[in-house]
Design a protein around this ligand. Structure first.
Ligand code: NAD
Length: 390
């Protein structure tokens, strides 16, 4: 079986879906790798590095789609809402396409992918189980985003992060608050601590408290309790407006005490909740920085503008999106490891294994035979359930 790697086409995207070190791993599983020329260049992986590990190089994108049984991408149509659609005519019936498809983003997009007849697997749908951990691309990318958010904050803040005792006086450390402590939030806390900031974290899921404290940060406790805070997969559940209003009221005081606020609070398939209002921004000291990792999902700050930095009363609100792409070497390496683990399961012994008894295969399979077949995604878009297939 041939696994094709195409050059990412989303504007500014620098990652690549597989890296040279994954080629021998996949060869062992009976898979040949075909890479579009230049696919890894922006991530620091030239064609030659792929060729040295045994991959073949294709002259263009169409050649990869024409001969690969499986095509791997980072941002596939759906998550690539700018140029991804151009790939649809290149998909062949029963060709496997793997990538981020953002299946809860737009119904019409998922239906177009289904109509192509391709067998698509959406990596966002990976179950959060121990067995699937090595394939969890969302966590890999969130790790990178959490790290990078802190570097952006440190670079933007007109203060130093660490406490310094110098002949020119003592510098007080920066105070960093992370709101939403999932994978990205935990990495942000760890990175801010390493830079010497006084760091605290807040999440509506009480289970997070211990994780925050184990990193040496303070857990912010608000006098409010979320009903049914998390689902079986560990994701936060949406709360009602009364909860969010009370949460904002209590958070306002905490936010004003911090120089940096990093927000990552999201609920799958929903617009991100507004946790930082215009008034709270006005309550922060000039020079303070908010990095809103939820910018792409509508933002946790009322003043966030996706893809832009906004300055209000001297407070900078960073609405950068796709931060994982700004650390492309390691983001690609982690994503490639996740894909290699998934491909080893999906194409065991060089043969496609569409075993619907396997929760990893069943839950990530998005479309097949011209239909949207994923039960969770069908339910989300209010489509009737399909009869179970084997
Ligand atoms: P996420 O990106 O969906 O959300 C980020 C964080 O925002 C979450 O911690 C969420 O609780 C929080 N949040 C949402 N609404 C909020 C609000 N109103 N106020 C405050 N915080 C709010 O989450 P994620 O990073 O994907 O991870 C969620 C959980 O899943 C974590 O506990 C993580 O450890 C767990 N996880 C488990 C596995 C596994 O078992 N294989 C893999 C990855 C993640």
């Amino acid at each position: 079986m041939i696994v094709g790697v195409v050059r990412e086409s989303f504007p500014g995207e620098r990652r690549v879906a597989l890296v040279p070190s994954a080629v021998p791993l996949l060869a062992k599983a009976g898979l040949e790798i075909l890479v579009e020329t230049g696919a890894g260049w922006l991530a620091g992986y030239p064609d030659q590095a792929f060729a040295e590990k045994g991959a073949k190089i294709a002259p263009d994108r169409a050649a990869v789609f024409a001969s690969a049984d499986i095509v791997v991408q980072v941002l596939a149509y759906g998550s690539n809402d700018k140029t991804g659609r151009a790939d649809i005519p290149l998909f062949r019936r029963d060709q496997v396409i793997i990538g981020f498809f953002r299946p809860l983003g737009a119904k019409q997009t998922v239906e177009e992918i289904a109509s192509s007849g391709a067998i698509s697997f959406s990596v966002e749908l990976m179950p959060r189980t121990t067995r699937a951990q090595s394939m969890d691309a969302l966590s890999s990318m969130a790790t990178i985003c959490g790290y990078k958010a802190v570097l952006i904050a440190a670079n933007t803040l007109p203060r130093l992060f660490p406490m310094l005792t110098t002949a020119a006086g003592t510098i007080t450390p920066a105070r960093v608050l992370v709101i939403g402590v999932g994978v990205a939030g935990l990495q942000a806390i760890a990175t801010a601590k390493r830079l010497g900031a006084v760091t605290s974290g807040y999440d509506l899921r009480p289970a997070v408290k211990e994780q925050v404290q184990s990193l040496g940060a303070r857990f912010v406790e608000l006098d409010i309790e979320a009903k049914d805070a998390q689902d079986a997969g560990g994701y936060a559940k949406a709360q009602d407006e009364t909860f969010y209003a009370r949460q904002r009221e209590l958070l306002g005081r905490v936010i004003a005490e911090n120089d940096v606020v990093i927000t990552t609070a999201v609920v799958p398939g929903k617009k991100a909740p507004i946790l930082v209002t215009k008034e709270m921004v006005q309550g922060m000291a000039p020079g303070s920085v908010i990095v809103d990792l939820a910018a792409e999902r509508g933002g946790n700050c009322e003043l966030t503008r996706a893809e832009e930095d906004t300055v209000v009363n001297g407070v900078t609100i960073v609405g950068g999106i796709n931060l994982a792409s700004t650390v492309p070497y390691h983001a690609s390496q982690m994503y490639a490891r996740n894909l290699a683990a998934f491909l080893t399961l999906l194409a065991k012994g060089g043969k496609l294994n569409l075993n619907m008894q396997d929760d990893i295969i069943r839950e990530t399979l998005l479309t097949r035979g011209g239909e949207l077949v994923n039960a969770r995604v069908r339910e989300f878009w209010s489509l009737p359930a399909l009869a179970a297939r084997t």
